[in-house]
Design a protein around this ligand. Structure first.
Ligand code: PLP
Length: 513
């Protein structure tokens, strides 16, 4: 993880006022950091006052104000929190230093200072010389599977504003933030409707529940679903009293194999659930054609594929209705649970909205036996910040995937198959190998954390123990061979190259054995 720095007031003033005598290395700090440092909001007025007071003696008031404005507009400012502990030892000693330290804690920063007391009294401070040596001592740190903190720290200031807006609104459920997010996400997916719900599982469950209310489905009906999906796709079906009918995936794309669907259709089949696993869109042309021929609904499980494009349309707009998850680790992740349904079907949208709100479309009137499943105002406010960056983040994921695809050259490793590089959103980068568990251990030993999506398929789970006699060879092969490598918008290319060479290195060990 990259380190943040706050510069103490004395350092920034040395630089701005050319006080070279105080430390001859002063310019090296700025060359090294470029403009990549923070000031705490508690420092700004002080620095401004001293700078203008001193500088005006040389160039006059107007010019020094101009210089200040030119300087400050390029600086990143971080907040000074309001939760001040007036009994803290540092506060009692020097309240200004204490406020800077408090700001540093918020963004995990070190403070560069030449103030001896501050250096002695705060663990977050480092001297100029220590800072200049940082690269020399830097040890390679382990690479986490997913650094959620770094992903979210990118948007800290905007989240903070969103948080303030929600608190001040005095309205925390089904208010303006949810309404705005629903509109923005519907616009993004180019669908008529978006309905926020509590999580991705509820999104899928409520779609089926609504179809039951519409008379399209009933208890005992069947829904076709890929056998290798995450358990939530399947739970949404069984929770409604319908039967999940598992179909094997295509061994290349890992998405449902459309060629195997028709054999599983009976007179009870009412829908196909198309899961866009790992961020790659399922074969929607084929799926929609089969669905049309057999008069079935197509429900997309888009939990892993926000923003993925197929035939010029985004997920969420490729079937009759779609469920999204905003679980923190998803490509569009909240700071807690969240989910949404998108659809172009007016009736379905109206019923789903009511079902998630106790079955009520009007206060204290209950048309259906619903549940409580709503997207919170605070999560909607955070998601609005993230949605603006989604396409950028997808682009970064594509670049990372490109580095893996280019650098992993190991004949024991099967790389992901890509239908269309411009369409895939790379929620996960999944490789396959015969000695998966050994490779995972080897990478971990080299400081690289990986995960398995998913180690136990639904038909092998205790929750569905009546299916344990069924055989799904492709799904079982995948469950034993898949391994997800770290991918995210914040992982850097050097880390990715290190992982790729770790994976390549493992090949040598195999051959030597
Ligand atoms: C494919 C798939 N479907 C559904 C879900 C359920 O989403 P949530 O965790 O928000 O309930 C997830 C994620 O966890 C998922 O990966």
């Amino acid at each position: 993880m990259k380190c943040n720095y706050i510069l103490d007031t004395n350092i920034i003033l040395d630089y701005m006022l050319d006080r070279v005598d105080s430390n001859k290395n002063i310019y090296t700090i700025f060359t090294k950091l470029k403009n990549n440092f923070y000031l705490s909001s508690s420092q700004i007025h002080n620095i401004e006052y001293i700078f203008i007071h001193e500088r005006k003696k040389e160039i006059g008031l107007e010019k020094s104000k101009e210089e200040w404005m030119a300087f400050i507009k390029n600086i990143k400012i971080t907040k000074t929190p309001s939760y001040v502990d007036i009994n803290d030892a540092l506060f009692l000693q020097d309240s200004e230093d204490y406020l800077i330290e408090l700001s540093a804690k918020v963004i995990d920063a070190k403070i560069i200072t030449r103030n001896k007391n501050f250096l002695n009294n705060s663990e977050l401070t480092i001297s100029v010389d220590e800072f200049l040596k940082t690269d020399e001592n830097k040890k390679a740190s382990p690479i986490p599977f997913l650094d959620l903190k770094s992903i979210n720290m990118q948007y800290f200031n905007e989240y903070e504003k969103a948080f303030d807006d929600v608190i001040r609104s005095g309205w925390y459920i089904q208010g303006t933030q949810v309404k705005a997010f629903e509109q923005e996400f519907a616009d993004y997916c180019e669908t008529k409707h978006c309905i926020g719900v509590a999580n991705g599982l509820d999104a899928l469950t409520l779609i089926i529940k609504a179809y039951k209310e519409m008379g399209v489905m009933q208890i005992g009906d069947e829904v076709i679903v890929p056998a290798n999906t995450y358990i939530a796709s399947i739970l949404a079906i069984s929770e409604n009293g319908l039967t999940p009918v598992l179909v094997e995936p295509d061994i290349q794309t890992y998405n449902i194999d459309p060629a195997l669907i028709e054999a599983k259709i009976t007179e009870k089949t009412k829908a196909i659930m198309a899961v866009h696993l790992y961020g790659q869109v399922a074969a929607m042309n084929e799926i929609n054609t089969i669905a049309k021929q057999h008069n079935l609904k197509v429900i997309e499980d888009s939990a892993q594929a926000h923003g993925a494009i197929y035939n010029g349309k985004r997920t969420g707009n490729l079937g009759n209705a779609s469920g999204f998850s905003f679980y923190p680790g998803k490509n569009l992740g909240a700071l807690g649970d969240g989910g949404a349904i998108t659809t172009n079907d007016d009736q379905l949208a109206e019923i789903v909205r009511a079902l998630g709100n106790y079955g009520s479309h009007k206060k204290y009137e209950n048309k259906y036996q619903g549940v409580n499943s709503r997207l919170d105002e605070i999560q909607a406010a955070f998601l609005r910040v993230k949605l603006k960056q989604l396409d950028n983040e997808i682009q970064k994921r594509r670049e990372i995937a490109g580095v893996y695809l280019e650098n992993i050259n190991n004949e024991n490793i099967m790389l992901p198959y890509v239908n269309d590089q411009q369409a895939h959103v790379w929620h996960l980068f999944v490789i396959r190998t015969k000695n998966r568990d050994e490779l995972q251990k080897y990478l971990l030993g080299n400081g690289i954390q990986t995960m398995i999506h998913y180690p136990i398929s639904a038909h092998n789970q205790n929750a569905y123990k009546s299916w344990c006699e069924q055989s799904f060879p492709t799904t079982e092969k995948l469950q034993n061979e898949v391994l997800s490598l770290p991918i995210s918008p914040v992982i850097n290319v050097n880390e990715v190259k290190k992982i790729a060479s770790g994976v390549n290195e493992y090949q040598k060990r195999c051959i030597l054995k």
